[in-house]
Design a protein around this ligand. Sequence first.
Ligand SMILES: Nc1ncnc2c1ncn2[C@@H]1O[C@H](COP(=O)(O)OP(=O)(O)OP(=O)(O)O)[C@@H](O)[C@H]1O
Ligand SMILES: [Mg+2]
Length: 311
Amino acid sequence: MTNPSNKLLELRDLRVAYGGIQAVKGLNLELREGELVSLIGANGAGKSTTLKAICGLLQPQGGEVRYQGRAIGAQGPWDLVAQGLVMVPEGRGIFARMSIEENLRMGAYLCRDGEVDADIDAVYQRFPRLKERHRQLAGTLSGGEQQMLAMGRALLARPKLLLLDEPTTGLDPQARHLMWERLQQLLQQGKSILLTTHFMDEAERLCDRLLVIDHGRKIAEGTPRELIAAHLEPDVVEVYGGDAQALSTGPLRALASRVEVSGETAFFYTRDAAPLMQALAHEHTLRSLHRPANLEDLFLKLTGRQIREDA
Ligand SMILES: Nc1ncnc2c1ncn2[C@@H]1O[C@H](COP(=O)(O)OP(=O)(O)OP(=O)(O)O)[C@@H](O)[C@H]1O
Ligand SMILES: [Mg+2]
């Protein structure tokens, strides 16, 4: 049974470097049993590096990773798999020249002894598409199918804590929904998940808590709702169809607490959108969209709206 007061994973001042490049610069994180925590951050922020250090693929330069109350020390990935800590990497790590079935068998034999058929059947039930194609070479599967295979194979290790690096990248909308449902089921079964994602709707929908990582450091942490309420005005009006830069400094500016420009759109953040919407009703060349502030706004506010050249 899960006990939500049990700390399953703890990072204390984790620091990881590649040669002279500091990729993770003192990260603290706690994850309790049954929780799903998300890491979000721009490309190169240090998310994958953090997951690799947790599962023993990289040795930290400083700080500590504690799993089930003990420092993992110099244990490698297979020692940790045996203790239920399993990662599905960004590149998915499947054997391209083996079939789906061979990948699953190999995965099962690598992490434990005994009969594996029932567990492989359970994977097929979870992902019926894998069963339909069980003889197909993994290297010829589509990106989404490879993701399902990697996930299925990870489950054969009977994980307690799954580290998922961008588990839904490359999945079509239907497959994403299927993956979300499967992740929810895993949580209900008592597993815990630490995942990275670039999809803010995914983070908002799935996670109990999220950490925003920037240049190897945590810059915000909380539930999606808490973070949105703490950092953003509740309403956003996106305005486009004119010179966004000029819009952001023109007469409409006074009707919002904050304005940001991204590409051809000006984003007006406000606690009361009514005056702005009334003013926009007279601007026939402009188009606008009024919506509640969301995690994407938070991400862009905290990590910078412009695409960063230093990322
Ligand atoms: N093997 C490596 N050798 C040298 N530098 C590396 C290596 N792997 C990652 N880095 C660097 O470390 C930093 C963090 O990379 P990381 O892969 O952790 O980012 P990320 O947050 O997962 O990004 P993304 O969203 O693009 O997957 C980047 O600047 C990257 O270039
Ligand atoms: Mg990554």
